[in-house]
Design a protein around this ligand. Structure first.
Ligand code: SF4
Length: 145
C-alpha cells in the first residue's frame, strides 16, 4: 500500500478569490514545494483556507480543523512569499503552527511565478540567508517558473 500524506493549505487572504489553480496543479504534479514528497507517497488534500486577512486570525484556528481531518503537513501558500510585500508573519505562522499543533509546516506551494521573481529580485526583497532558505522549495528553474 502507498504511504499517504494528508496536507492542508493556507493561503494569503489578499488572494482570497483565488480558485487554487496553481497550488492544486503543483499539488498534483509534485512541483514547487510539493516536490519534497516521494513519488511513491500519495498526497491527499484535507483542507484549504485563507489566513483571514492581516494579521492572520485564522492561523490560530484553521490548523486545528485540518489536524482533525488528519493533516500531517500544512503548506503556507507561495502567495505569502511573493506578495507585495511578502507576508511579514510568515516565519511566525510556521513556528506557531508547528509549536501549537505539533505538525510539520512547509513554506510554499506552487513554483514562484517568473514575474514575481523578476520584481522581487529588482527590489532586493529576498536578499538574505533566511530568504534563501525559505525560497529553496519554490524557486525552481526559470522554465518551471
Ligand atoms: S500578508 Fe500575511 S497576514 Fe496579511 S493577509 Fe497575507 S498571509 Fe495573511
Amino acid at each position: 500500500m502507498r504511504d499517504k500524506i494528508k496536507v492542508g493549505i493556507i493561503i494569503c487572504d489578499r488572494y482570497h478569490t483565488c480558485a487554487g489553480g496553481k497550488c492544486l496543479r503543483a499539488f498534483h504534479n509534485r512541483e514547487g514545494a510539493f516536490s519534497i514528497y516521494k513519488e511513491d507517497q500519495e498526497l491527499e488534500l484535507v483542507g484549504y483556507t485563507t489566513c483571514d486577512g492581516c494579521p492572520g486570525g485564522n492561523i490560530e484556528y484553521a490548523p486545528q480543523e485540518m489536524v482533525k481531518n488528519g493533516a500531517q503537513v500544512i503548506h503556507l501558500a507561495t502567495g505569502m512569499i511573493v506578495g507585495y510585500p511578502p507576508c511579514p508573519y510568515l516565519t511566525y505562522f510556521r513556528d506557531f503552527i508547528q509549536e501549537k499543533y505539533g505538525i510539520k509546516v512547509v513554506i510554499g506551494t506552487h513554483p514562484i511565478p517568473q514575474k514575481y521573481f523578476l520584481t522581487h529580485t529588482k527590489l532586493g526583497t529576498w536578499k538574505s540567508p533566511e530568504w534563501e532558505e525559505i525560497l529553496r522549495p519554490t524557486l525552481c528553474d526559470e522554465r518551471t517558473r
